[in-house]
Design a protein around this ligand. Structure first.
Ligand code: NAD
Length: 499
């Protein structure tokens, strides 16, 4: 705990597979949060003063601890989310790559750069550099409790900010582990602090004296956060949910596409913001593709390939979406409403589901997938784009992969492989529409946690002074002619520009 005020109320973190208590954490109050933010403000001054190289070295120490104690961290992730050890390891490994990328590239992306001063101010040197914002509040979800918040935290720290992190109430132990590991690597000042609790603690962080809120979670909470942040004009990044489509073209490698659909839909029990929830398949290969998906999905076992639903309340949402799909004429080729148990959900493959049903329109966040036949890829693009969400997408096509990817209204698309954009540290990650805005990862993710600082420095005086009351009529006339000659060359002739 980072605050000097002792929080009285506590809450338990439970293992969703067994309901066993994994840990007990304080419910931090407004005062606790404000104290943490004030401390962060102090720590920020020191952290920012270190410069890129010193910060990178410390971020690498942190990365080293995470990498060396991988099994320990994975055990906490598995205990709090219920996901298999291999899946826990995958998200930690990707997160480590992101810390390294942010540390290595922060100076190149954010450091001072010269810009052209232009014709009229050619006597100036123009530079821009990206300075840290100050204190960033990071509010995280539970589904990828390492990978997701570190996409904000790693980049915010590399840019020179201090961070106060509020992990999900389902995964406070993972948050605590990451913050403790950071304190081991950087013992001098509390540059990364933890506050724990429910929505109210997150809301307190949103109202606190922070310079930015980086939120990952549902669109509904994102709306509340944005409204609360508006009070102080605090900028926000919203990384919200999705209803990601996968497109299968007539010339696609169907085995690879079916494999991607099954893994994309069912891994992590479908509790993936960029998980595959809808599949649009070219009519020429639809039957074959559906056969392959169903065959593969049959071999996926809950409890072995993926864990329980981390949030018990999600079971009802999944059941409702399946029931609605079936009631409206859809068919379950595998699974169905009885696939929804009291902890685990068996893989469910739905077909012939009307486009306006909940299973097609709402984020299901469970191990279900809807497969639809389309007459061509134009229809596939149109239907894929007909969603209020726009996070990720996947395209399987031998010839038209790039073209189709560009036409999809999503922040990210991977071609001929599932979800690969998330693992490429140099690529920005984020959505459009109800999936949110702002970007983590890559150069865009670094700039998200910095403000551009422009400096124009006069190198020498020129007789043609423009910004003074002493400017003469002659100067005005000269500038008028100069601009007409320079910019007027395009788009026709007139008395200033005769050829
Ligand atoms: P959630 O919105 O319920 O909670 C997310 C976090 O917000 C939690 O820490 C919670 O305590 C906090 N919170 C709740 N109410 C708050 C409030 N009023 N003010 C401030 N903070 C508040 O989401 P969740 O169930 O934890 O996560 C699942 C959702 O996250 C899904 O929709 C999923 O798609 C999305 N997600 C998105 C991404 C992405 O990168 N776009 C990644 C992972 C998950």
């Amino acid at each position: 705990m980072t605050s000097t005020t002792q929080a009285v109320e506590t809450f338990d973190s439970l293992n969703p597979a067994t309901d066993e208590v994994v840990g007990t954490y304080p419910v931090h109050t407004d005062d606790d949060v404000n104290t943490a933010v004030a401390k962060a403000r102090e720590a920020f001054r020191w952290w920012a003063s270190l410069g890129f190289a010193e910060r990178a070295e410390r971020l690498r120490r942190w990365k080293g601890i995470i990498a060396r104690r991988l099994p320990e961290l994975c055990a906490v992730v598995s205990a709090e989310t219920g996901k298999p050890a291999g899946d826990a390891q995958l998200e930690v490994v990707l997160a480590v790559e992101h810390i390294e990328w942010a540390a290595r590239n922060a100076r190149r992306v954010l450091g001072p750069k010269r810009r052209s001063p232009g014709l009229l101010l050619a006597n100036h040197a123009a530079t821009v550099e990206y300075q840290p914002l100050g204190v960033v509040g990071v509010i995280g979800p539970w589904n990828y409790p390492v990978f997701t918040p570190l996409g904000s935290i790693g980049y915010a720290l590399a840019a020179g900010n201090a961070v106060v992190f509020k992990p999900s109430e389902y995964t406070p132990g993972v948050g605590a582990w990451l913050v403790d590991a950071f304190a081991e690597a950087v013992p001098e000042h509390p540059v990364l602090q933890l506050v724990t609790g429910f929505g109210a603690t997150g809301a307190a962080l949103t109202r606190a004296d922070v310079d930015k809120i980086a939120f990952t979670g549902s669109a509904a909470t994102g709306r509340k956060i944005m409204a609360a942040a508006a009070e102080r004009l605090t900028p926000v990044i919203i990384e919200a949910g999705g209803k990601d489509p996968l497109l299968v073209d007539a010339d696609a490698d169907l085995d690879a596409a079916a494999d991607a659909a099954v893994w994309g839909a069912f891994s992590n029990a479908g509790q993936t913001c960029v998980g595959v929830e809808r599949v649009y398949v070219h009519a020429a290969v639809y039957d074959e593709f559906v056969g392959k998906v169903t065959e593969r999905a049959r071999t996926v076992r809950p409890g072995e390939h993926y864990g329980p639903m981390t949030m018990r309340s999600q079971l009802e949402v999944v059941r409702r979406h399946i029931a609605d799909a079936l009631a409206r004429g859809g068919r379950a080729l595998l699974g169905g409403t009885d696939a929804v148990g009291d902890r685990y959900v068996r893989p469910t493959v739905l077909v012939e589901v009307p486009e306006d049903s909940e299973a097609v329109r709402e984020e299901t966040f469970g191990p279900t997938v809807v497969v639809m036949r389309v007459s061509d890829m134009d229809e596939a693009v149109e239907k894929a784009n007909d969603s209020r969400y726009g996070l990720g997408a996947t395209v399987f096509s031998r010839r038209r992969g790039m073209e189709l990817a560009r036409r999809l209204r999503t922040g990210m698309t991977s071609v001929n492989a599932p979800l690969s954009f998330a693992g490429i540290a140099s690529l920005p990650f984020g959505g459009v529409g109800d999936s949110g805005f702002g970007r983590i990862h890559g150069p865009e993710g670094l700039r998200e946690f910095a403000r551009p600082k422009a400096v124009a420095r006069q190198r020498f005086r020129v007789p043609l002074a423009l910004t003074t009351f002493a400017r003469s009529a002659k100067t005005d006339e000269f500038v008028g002619r100069l601009i007409a000659t320079w910019h007027g060359r395009h788009g026709g002739r007139d008395k200033w520009n005769r050829r």
